[in-house]
Design a protein around this ligand. Structure first.
Ligand SMILES: Nc1ncnc2c1ncn2[C@@H]1O[C@H](COP(=O)(O)OP(=O)(O)OP(=O)(O)O)[C@@H](O)[C@H]1O
Ligand SMILES: [Mg+2]
Length: 395
């Protein structure tokens, strides 16, 4: 029966008399490039799709040596020559897997094509058939995925580094708290009042730092989980700045730095007071940590109709343009081993990342400027004043 006869000619099955016409049609309308070349490697036939895919007319393909076709680059030619040898020595007469290559179209644009070679017998002659499938879209997607994968790996490495750094940051104050408590516990009756006082100060400073670090870590995970929110109220920005300066001035004193605060006119703004204080305090402690003793830090505030701008300027180690690009990023702690100055490199590297989130949530902007290494830095942020709102005007 014909229906069971797999060997029956398709033309006959379909009731078509001219089988040659049928196969020519199938060959020409195939949505894949098909190229046939002989034992000498000379191309004997190719279909319309080959012209479409490469941009070369048939006249520039037929009669040429397949491996030297103009749309193959030197590297692709070398790759295909190897595959050709593999194919000739294979028992099945077919490659196990197609070869993905980038062909250069006549207009100079590259295109990814997957090539599969098979040896075929036609009229007792051994010919080679190469089918080319356009895989440009798939390759592009693969390249995007590869790039994303690389970025994820890099982020993962940063995350691992961050866990190591953060653990170290937590361990430092804990070690000093633990040491001081042990000394107090073991020798309390033998210690004089001054020693007890200085040990208690150590405990206090250490636990303050621990609390600060834990709050930073909690803020960070709130941001990551999308749960970071503000408690906004109308506040006087100048008093927020004054408070922030007061809260960290002990560090400036310890590091023998001079802090000057410019004119701070009262200015009502809608802000989360605690958060803005946290941002200013972080900019100040950063300036203190990165300015060698004897340096000067200046805090200023200015405003126009639309925004208030707060700046913290120091004359410390400064920032290179490469370092500026890393600031405000997740885990953006900067390696400062190249700096030969008396600076304090402790920190989780989260302060500016959180500051950016806080300022962004207020509708403002935060940025850094520096003339380069040892040229000082200026960190500034803006807060919108609410255009046309009479309450936003200075009181
Ligand atoms: N004024 C500055 N001058 C030079 N470098 C700075 C300055 N401010 C910040 N940096 C660099 O930017 C990095 C990131 O600052 P960020 O406030 O995010 O983290 P940190 O101060 O290291 O840690 P944390 O604020 O969490 O205690 C710092 O490690 C520091 O190297
Ligand atoms: Mg900081």
């Amino acid at each position: 029966m014909d229906s069971e006869n797999g060997g029956a000619a398709p033309g006959k099955l379909l009731g078509i008399v001219d089988e040659g016409k049928l196969f020519r049609h199938l060959f020409e309308t195939s949505p894949n490039a098909i190229v046939l070349f002989d034992e000498k490697g000379i191309v004997r036939a190719c279909n319309v799709w080959t012209e479409y895919m490469t941009g070369y007319p048939r006249a520039e393909i037929i009669g040429k040596v397949f491996l030297n076709l103009p749309f193959f680059t030197k590297e692709v030619m070398a790759q295909l020559a190897l595959k050709y040898q593999e194919l000739l020595s294979s028992r099945s007469g077919q490659l196990d897997r197609p070869v993905d290559v980038q062909v250069m179209r006549k207009n100079g644009s590259p295109r990814w094509v997957s090539l599969l070679g098979t040896t075929i017998q036609i009229d007792g002659r051994s010919m080679m058939q190469v089918i080319g499938v356009d895989i440009e879209a798939r390759k592009r997607l693969e390249l995007v995925l590869e790039e994303e994968n690389r970025a994820l790996k890099a982020l993962d490495e940063l995350r691992m580094q961050f866990v190591t750094d953060a653990t170290h940051e937590l361990k430092t104050p804990l070690t000093s708290v633990d040491g001081a408590i042990q000394l107090l516990d073991d020798n309390f009756s033998a210690l004089d009042r001054d020693t007890i006082n200085s040990l208690l100060k150590l405990v206090r400073r250490g636990s303050f730092r621990l609390k600060e670090l834990i709050e930073l870590l909690l803020d960070f995970s709130r941001i990551e989980a999308g749960h970071f929110s503000l408690k906004v109220a109308r506040e006087d920005l100048s008093s927020v700045i004054k408070n922030a300066v007061r809260s960290v001035s002990f560090l400036a004193y310890q590091r023998r730095l001079r802090v000057t605060v410019g004119e701070l006119p009262a200015l009502q703004v809608d802000i989360d007071r605690t958060r803005i204080e946290q941002v200013v305090a972080n900019l100040l402690t950063n300036a203190f940590k990165n300015t060698p003793p004897g340096g000067a830090i200046e805090v200023t505030m200015s405003f126009d109709r639309d925004v208030a701008t707060v700046s913290v300027k120091d004359d410390g180690v400064g920032l290179t343009s490469n370092e500026i690009s890393k600031l405000f990023t997740k885990f953006g702690k900067i390696d400062r081993t190249d700096v030969n100055a008396e600076i304090n490199v402790t920190g989780s590297g989260l302060g500016l990342f959180i500051s950016k989130e806080v300022i962004g949530k207020h509708g403002g902007r935060i940025w850094a400027e520096s003339g380069g290494r040892m040229k000082g830095s200026t960190f500034s942020f803006t807060l919108p004043l609410g255009r046309g709102d009479e309450h936003a005007l200075p009181i």
